[in-house]
Design a protein around this ligand. Structure first.
Ligand SMILES: [Fe+2]
Ligand SMILES: [Fe+2]
Length: 316
């Protein structure tokens, strides 16, 4: 299907003066980060071993009907059965494309983190994250190319965040964007997709990917907790507000549904109303999304009272 999204350029240059460290000191003492690194090496999986033969039955929708966000929207319900399935696949492909681009962002940032991390243990873990993110990019790109035949361009909000994160010279902003913001939202989103999917190969891979992402979050919270404790209250608030502002941008942009509405000639406002009513009827997925983020922010000390209040309003 044609796509009119603005972020359609196929190449974006990276322009950053990364401030990193070479560490000449190696210690025998092992921290929790070393255990996470050991775990990462033991939990390696291969995209090529996923059950690709079960890839896609296009006569079925990608998700169980009770999880289809468009179900109950009158213009969607008036489509023929085969057109409904095609519409659900288009929505699904846009969503997975955004996840894939987010994975590439995580791949680029984690490769920068190898230089940025202050000690050797953390550099080693970051290198394992690079390998994990490469697998995630490999899986989602193969999944889209084999099931849909294309990868859609990123939503504007996703593209802007990835560009900002990769180009930012400050390691802690980069780290917060990748390990706290993107990983927390991605973990919650992947769990939603896992519950809803009717595609065996996707269910198989998400179980491995979620375990990898949970390890990355643990690494992120471990490093950040120590770093943020050294900052002043205003420096902390600046970083906390940075997370909230990006969450607002990502959740208010609603790019995927704007694109679905444009493709099918529907009124965007009416579709937004429908989705809002869905959220009121079934608040759990949105609560889960914000719960994960709030917990991770709290555990590193980023959940200031101001931020707690703003996130509480957003979760409603
Ligand atoms: Fe990932
Ligand atoms: Fe990750």
């Amino acid at each position: 299907m044609p796509d009119n999204n603005k972020a359609s350029a196929t190449i974006t240059p990276i322009d950053t003066r990364l401030r990193g460290h070479i560490r000449w000191q190696y210690t025998e003492e092992k921290s929790r980060i070393h255990s996470l690194y050991e775990l990462a090496k033991n939990k390696v999986w291969k995209t090529s071993e996923a059950p690709w033969e079960t890839l896609v039955d296009k006569s079925l929708p990608p998700s169980r009907l009770q999880f289809e966000p468009l179900a109950g929207f009158a213009p969607f319900e008036s489509l023929s059965a085969s057109r409904k399935i095609a519409c659900s696949w288009y929505r699904h492909a846009l969503e997975i494309s955004d996840i894939l681009h987010g994975e590439q962002g995580a791949l680029l940032v984690s490769s920068q983190l190898v230089s940025c991390m202050p000690d050797v243990e953390a550099k080693l873990f970051a290198s394992s994250q690079v390998a994990d993110e490469a697998q995630h990019v490999e899986f989602f790109s193969r999944y889209l190319l084999e099931s849909i035949g294309t990868v859609y361009p990123p939503s504007d909000a996703v593209a802007d965040l990835i560009k900002a994160m990769v180009n930012d010279a400050r390691w802690d902003y980069k780290f917060i964007a990748c390990q706290i913001l993107i990983e927390s939202l991605a973990l919650a989103r992947l769990q939603d997709i896992r519950r809803a999917t009717l595609v065996p190969v996707l269910a198989y891979a998400i179980d491995f990917i979620s375990a990898d992402e949970a390890r990355h979050v643990k690494f992120g919270t471990d490093v950040l907790r120590r770093h943020l404790a050294t900052l002043s209250a205003s420096e902390l608030q600046a970083r906390s507000s940075f997370v909230v502002e990006n969450v607002v941008r990502l959740s208010s942009a609603m790019n995927i549904y704007t694109r679905v509405a444009e493709e099918f000639g529907w009124c965007t406002r009416a579709l937004r109303m429908h989705l809002r009513q869905n959220r009121i009827r079934q608040p759990q997925p949105r609560h889960d999304l914000f719960r994960q983020l709030t917990l991770n922010m709290k555990s590193v000390g980023l959940l200031t009272p101001e931020t707690r209040e703003r996130l509480g309003k957003l979760a409603r």
